[in-house]
Design a binder for this molecule. Structure first.
Ligand code: DQA
Length: 159
């Protein structure tokens, strides 16, 4: 089973970005921990972070089995069984992103480090949540691990 871990804008700044909200764990540390967890789960992970929305959309299309656009990274060109998606601020705004995920029927769990429902009003709505298998938020970096376990369990149960 192959799962993509997709992070959106500004998540490359984790570790130093507003640590009182997002903690001090870097994205590289989150990915390293997920890699360890994935070995116990016997799944293959691929990782990517995007600051440009179109690049993420092209990657989702490829992960969903469409012919990859030229700019899609080689390791992201093959079809995935599912994805963890922390879309950062696009969570609250991007119908294009939700359309991409549902357009290629890529099963996904939405992840947020912070509890978006306890933050500013403009962060309390997710346009991605209605298409997600589940949403994990407010648990910091460990939320990614929980989301991975949950998504893999769901995908295996559906087989
Ligand atoms: C976030 C929450 C979003 O509102 C914010 O724009 C982010 C990070 C989180 O992980 O808590 O960039 O997705």
């Amino acid at each position: 089973m192959r799962i993509a871990v997709l992070n959106g804008p500004n998540l490359n700044l984790l570790g130093t970005r507003e640590p009182e909200i997002y903690g001090t764990t870097t994205l590289a540390e989150i990915e390293a921990r997920l890699h360890e967890v994935s070995m116990g789960l016997n799944v293959e992970l691929v990782f990517a972070q995007f600051n440009h929305e179109g690049d993420l959309i092209d990657t989702i299309h490829a992960l969903g089995g469409r012919a990859p656009a030229p700019g899609v990274a080689p390791e992201l060109r093959a079809k995935a069984n599912g994805a963890l998606v922390n879309a950062g601020a696009w969570t609250h705004t991007s119908l294009a992103l939700r359309d991409a995920l549902s357009g290629v029927a890529l099963p996904y769990v939405e992840v947020h480090l912070s509890n978006i429902f306890a933050r500013e009003p403009e962060r309390r709505h997710s346009v991605l949540a209605s298409g997600a298998r589940g949403v994990v938020c407010g648990l910091g970096a460990v939320g990614y691990e929980l989301a991975l376990g949950g998504l893999v369990a769901q995908l295996r149960a559906a087989k």
